[in-house]
Design a protein around this ligand. Structure first.
Ligand code: 13P
Length: 248
């Protein structure tokens, strides 16, 4: 059975005390290691000490060490007991100019260093409107993820996050989400075989909240969520978690 993963992407939100308090609230309703929190790098060391939920980094640099002012390496993350990372979020791609080439290096570095990663993909609105969304997303995977050899895929989860749905309140319909998740799984199957494809968790992200989570998670190929705004409220995140585990 595929892992059901619920990941909170706190982005650049929460002051230190607020982050610690929200973590405390989450850990009151779950100790599930498949609940993952991607917090600001500043709080990772402290959060990782609590050890009840999985803590991950929103960003890192692919080199091991050296003259890269302002960056954080995987070695440094590991030294803080962090071994989960997000790669390829559309905000990193768009606002911080992370290209497919950079993302490919990040994926390779994370895999080599034994990290677990969530690889994010998703199309902008104009690509969706021109109905090239499947091709666009599969291309993102081919350019930066599909070089990973099959024996390393247990380190990988994928998050489909249509850019037009992120922070907009405009969620993908369950049909739109299921179509893309199915196509992603088909692409993995085509390249690596059906057995591997069936094991990869594919999460949905983009205005997922306590109201629409049940419908999205009911889709056969949706194995969890990557939650932004609704992960900043303990009650909302709890409801989303319940929706995931009640349904599958
Ligand atoms: P929202 O849930 O705020 O739309 O953000 C989704 C996201 O980008 C998670 O990585």
């Amino acid at each position: 059975m595929r892992k059901k993963i619920l990941a909170a992407n706190w982005k650049m939100n929460l002051l230190r005390n607020e982050a610690l308090e929200l973590y405390r609230q989450f850990s009151q309703f779950t100790d599930n290691q498949n609940v993952q929190i991607y917090s600001s790098a500043l709080y990772l060391t402290e959060l990782a000490q609590y050890n009840s939920l999985t803590i991950g980094a929103q960003n890192f640099y692919f080199e091991n060490a050296g003259a890269f002012t302002g960056e954080i390496s995987l070695n440094q993350l590991r030294s803080c007991n962090v071994n989960h990372v997000l790669i390829g979020h559309s905000e990193r791609r768009q606002l911080f100019a992370e290209t497919d080439e950079i993302l490919r290096k990040k994926v390779d570095a994370a895999i080599e260093n034994g990290f677990n990663l969530i690889f994010c993909c998703g199309e902008p609105l104009d690509i969706r409107q021109s109905e090239n969304h499947v091709e666009y997303v599969v291309n993102q995977l081919e350019l930066a993820l599909f070089q990973v050899p099959s024996e390393k895929w247990d380190q990988i989860a994928i998050a489909y996050e249509p850019i037009w749905a992120i922070g907009t309140g405009m969620t993908a319909t369950s049909e739109q989400a299921e179509e893309m998740h199915r196509e992603i799984r088909t692409a993995i199957s085509y390249k690596f075989g059906n057995e591997l494809a069936e094991k990869v968790s594919i999460l949905y992200g983009g205005s997922c909240n306590e109201k629409n989570a049940s419908e999205l998670f009911a889709c056969e190929n949706v194995d969890g969520g990557l939650i932004g705004g609704a992960s900043l409220k303990s009650e909302s995140f709890h409801e989303i978690l319940k929706a995931l585990y009640e349904l599958h």
